[in-house]
Design a protein around this ligand. Structure first.
Ligand SMILES: NC(=O)c1ccc[n+]([C@@H]2O[C@H](COP(=O)([O-])OP(=O)(O)OC[C@H]3O[C@@H](n4cnc5c(N)ncnc54)[C@H](O)[C@@H]3O)[C@@H](O)[C@H]2O)c1
Ligand SMILES: [Zn+2]
Length: 383
């Protein structure tokens, strides 16, 4: 039986952390990656340290949109962890063809090879996203648990940031979202992640290949790209602080997310690969804790000893959700997983690592300004 684990997007943020965990546990890995310049910078120098010198690690440069690359990458592999993807929510709203191609066609080709070619794959793991829920679960005092629709452009324009009850239009507050919640993608990125889930679930079930799908919340930690202005709120804010630029909080800064450290994500994937308790399941992975974007900005400023205040900009982006945090009971029951890195300790580790990295860009228009301008020009971001 083939023991090697193929990690697609293996030179990315989660891929490298996972590779370190698996190799540390005695496994052999193959990392398939096209070294996308947006993520790795123009001259890719991923922080690989001693990892690549290890003979249990093999790197293959290739593209998940190329069927031949899949055939080569799958040779002699027992498990696949499919991470390669385009991951920017805002950017997905105008690079629709690219996002659909990498995320949906890439996954379709994987399943096509598994359906038609000889292989030894006996386990498949997909990294999906909490984005598939859209707003996720809320509580209405009158109607109970509800799933509000995507916020309309007119309510955002009126500064009405909080979703309302889809039944009685009354106020609602967010509650942990369980996996049985309605899926309701609010961005093209989210739609591609849901399509990936469907492709894996349907084709792997039919082919009899055990699979696990993890709906990851906001993953952060050491190694997250500092080049990519389209995703990774802690990286984006850290760059601003180090460049002594303003942190402008969208909406009123009280939108919230669930932040999970990358080492916890690597651990849960390893648990899924090693046992069969999660086979066939779609599981949330997060901390289960709701944290506002303003709190993240303030925590980072404290760690960087930056005394300036974040500024509430009132700007907003179409496709953004207001709140989401995970009900993590299923992954606890199925795999015995519980997150080990509390947010404060994780932020401290992250900032210590950022300080060892060169400051990404420091022109008049940095990556974030450019990313925002691209949205504003297309009417996808408003002041
Ligand atoms: N980081 C998060 O907060 C988060 C949250 C939810 C889900 N996820 C999912 O986890 C996965 C990994 O995310 P990440 O944060 O490590 O992202 P990342 O951008 O750091 O890594 C993705 C990797 O995929 C590679 N890649 C991109 N297009 C490719 C292609 N066509 N062929 C081969 N390789 C390609 C990139 O070069 C990069 O190394 C993604 O599927 C993402 O949707 C991430
Ligand atoms: Zn109601």
């Amino acid at each position: 039986m083939a023991e090697k684990v193929l990690i697609t997007g293996g030179l990315g943020f989660i891929g490298l952390a996972l590779a370190r965990t698996l190799v540390g546990g005695g496994m052999t890995v193959r990392l398939l990656d096209n070294l996308s310049p947006q993520i790795h910078g123009a001259a890719p120098q991923p922080e690989l340290g001693t990892l690549l010198a290890d003979d249990r690690v093999e790197v293959m440069r290739g593209d998940v949109c190329n069927r031949r690359d899949w055939v080569s990458a799958l040779h002699d592999v027992g498990s696949v962890v499919h991470l390669a993807a385009e991951t920017g929510t805002g950017q997905s709203m105008y690079r629709i063809g690219d996002y659909t191609s990498t995320n949906v066609l890439g996954t379709a080709l994987l399943m096509d090879v598994l359906a038609n070619d000889r292989h030894e794959v006996t386990k498949l793991v997909l990294a999906s996203s909490r984005a598939v829920y859209g707003e996720g679960a809320y509580q209405c005092a009158r109607c109970g648990t509800v799933y509000p629709a995507m916020r309309s452009p007119s309510s955002l324009q009126a500064g009405q940031w909080e979703p309302i009850c889809p039944c009685c239009c009354g106020p609602v507050h967010s509650v942990p979202t369980p996996e049985i919640a309605k899926t309701s993608p609010a961005s093209v990125y989210a739609a591609t992640k849901l399509a990936q889930e469907d492709l894996v679930r349907i084709a792997a079930s039919a082919l009899g290949i055990p699979f696990l799908i993890f709906r990851l919340q906001n993953v952060y930690g050491e190694g997250q790209s500092l080049h990519n202005p389209y995703t990774g709120i802690l990286s984006i804010f850290s760059n601003r602080i180090r460049q002594r630029k303003l942190i402008a909080l969208f909406e009123d800064g009280q939108e919230s997310r669930d932040f999970v450290h990358v080492s916890d994500v690597a651990d849960v994937v390893a648990l899924g690969l090693m046992g069969d308790g999660g086979d066939g399941l779609i599981m949330n992975v997060g901390s289960g804790v709701q944290v506002s974007v303003e709190t993240i900005a303030r925590s980072l400023k404290r760690e960087f000893a930056d005394a300036s205040e974040p500024v509430v900009s009132g700007q907003y982006r179409l496709g953004d959700i207001r709140h989401n945090y995970a009900d993590i009971s299923l992954v606890g029951q199925a795999l015995g997983f519980s997150p080990q890195v509390p947010l404060e300790a994780g932020i401290e580790r992250f900032v210590r690592w950022v300080k060892t990295q060169p400051i990404a860009e420091d022109g008049a228009e940095d990556g974030l300004d450019r990313a925002n301008r691209e949205l504003i020009e297309r009417g996808l971001m408003k002041a």
